[in-house]
Design a protein around this ligand. Structure first.
Ligand code: HEM
Ligand SMILES: *[C@@H]1O[C@H](CO)[C@@H](O)[C@H](O)[C@H]1NC(C)=O
Ligand SMILES: *[C@@H]1O[C@H](CO)[C@@H](O)[C@H](O)[C@H]1NC(C)=O
Ligand SMILES: CC(=O)N[C@H]1CO[C@H](CO)[C@@H](O)[C@@H]1O
Length: 326
């Protein structure tokens, strides 16, 4: 009798566990989602992206950034890729996009995938995979990317303006922008490290160099020597010049970003802001020591970011062309 009771309890628990796991799967993403439907998917993504990035390593930064811009606006649903139409201005046409580039890489990956497994791999997943592969190519750091995202059908300029954090943000607006997406203060400190790659237009930070408070002054939180150096490159109202965010190492994914921030040489107010909160400041300082955790943390936070507002199951669609809804 006791044995039977125990058995039925066990069966009940197994059913419960299976049920809970099933729900988790239905709502979430998983590593190797395309294992049976398109076994070579990740390889095709990697090879195609690599063929571009090896010729033009400066594409790695923008391709990492594109996944961030996708995820923060309507979730990671490929909405950043959609073109405007006669009746709709898409995210792409919002001001912060000005410097987004590398769309041709995503289109080439999509074309290669459609040839092998038509209608299977989403553009949202391509963005997540390419972001990982771009980072890997810049230093070998890698992580597993859960997949299974589906593509959205909506992209609105105003959503980009409302959801993307601005370089002028201080710590409290940054924290709330990240919290609004379910990301922690640690994720903020870790993902800001993405600024170890790539470039910025002068216009994204010249407010810190000239007339910061209306007295023809510079931002006092920036190293005055660095201000002077940047002023030689960036004149007021310069809309075209670009500078490396991590000078001399902008094509290498490393911990230099935190060294710069700690020396008050972060380029944006949003970078400098990491020194104004005890948690983010401690994170910056830890990265300067032999106990640095950045290499391990980055993949974890990227996976967290990649989970924002995803469409799964029967929601959304699998686009045939990443710039057009089906
Ligand atoms: C924390 C809030 C963030 C702010 C305010 C911010 C702001 C910016 C700005 C203003 C630029 C320069 C754009 C230009 O003038 O050309 C930039 C570039 C970049 N951002 Fe961020 N960003 C943030 C977070 C992130 C995150 C989470 C990532 C990825 C993990 C990221 C990756 C990049 C990369 C790689 C570039 C260089 C792009 C290129 O080389 O063209 N950023 N960011
Ligand atoms: C979509 O927009 C991009 C620029 O964002 C442009 O280069 C491309 O030609 C557009 N494609 C189509 C088919 O309209
Ligand atoms: C600096 O800002 C003040 C206050 O906004 C403004 O009156 C002044 O014209 C600005 N100076 C320059 C050189 O733009
Ligand atoms: C890549 C891209 O689509 N850039 C667009 C960003 O928005 C401006 C207008 O604000 C367009 O002119 C660019 O073509």
């Amino acid at each position: 009798m006791a044995v039977q009771k125990l058995l039925s309890l066990l069966v009940f628990q197994l059913v419960l566990v299976a049920f809970v796991l099933d729900i988790a799967n239905a709502q979430g993403l998983k590593v190797g989602f395309y294992k049976s439907t398109c076994p070579q998917a990740e390889e095709i993504v990697k090879e195609t992206a690599a063929s571009f990035i090896s010729r033009a390593p400066s594409l790695a930064g923008p391709l990492l950034r594109m996944h961030f811009h996708d995820c923060f606006v309507r979730g990671c649903d490929g909405s950043v890729l959609l073109n405007s139409t006669s009746s709709n201005q898409a995210e792409k046409d919002a001001f912060p996009n000005l410097s987004l580039r590398g769309f041709q890489v995503i289109d080439a990956v999509k074309d290669a995938l459609e040839k092998k497994c038509p209608g299977v791999v989403s553009c949202a997943d391509i963005l997540a995979l390419v972001a990982r592969d771009a980072v890997t190519m810049m230093n070998g750091l890698s992580w597993q990317v859960p997949t299974g995202r589906r593509d959205g059908r909506v992209s609105k300029l105003q959503d980009a303006l409302n959801n993307l954090p601005a370089p002028t943000f201080g710590i409290s607006t940054l924290k709330s922008a990240f919290a609004a997406k379910g990301l922690s203060v640690k994720d903020l400190a870790v993902l800001s490290g993405g600024h170890t790659l790539g470039v910025s237009h002068c216009s994204s930070f010249t407010n810190r160099l000239y007339n910061f408070t209306g007295k023809n002054d510079a931002d006092p939180s920036m190293d005055p020597n660095y201000v002077a150096q940047l002023k030689t490159k960036c004149k007021p109202n310069d809309a075209t010049t670009i500078v490396e965010m991590d000078p001399g190492s902008s094509k290498k994914f490393d911990v230099d970003y935190y060294t710069l921030v700690s020396k008050r040489r972060g380029l944006f107010q949003s970078d400098a802001a990491l020194l104004t909160d005890s948690t983010t400041k401690a994170y910056v300082q830890l990265q300067l020591t032999s106990k640095s955790t950045f290499a391990k943390d980055f993949g974890v936070s990227m996976v967290n970011m990649g989970n924002i507002g995803v469409l799964t199951g029967n929601s959304g669609e699998i686009r045939k062309k990443c710039y057009l809804v089906n």
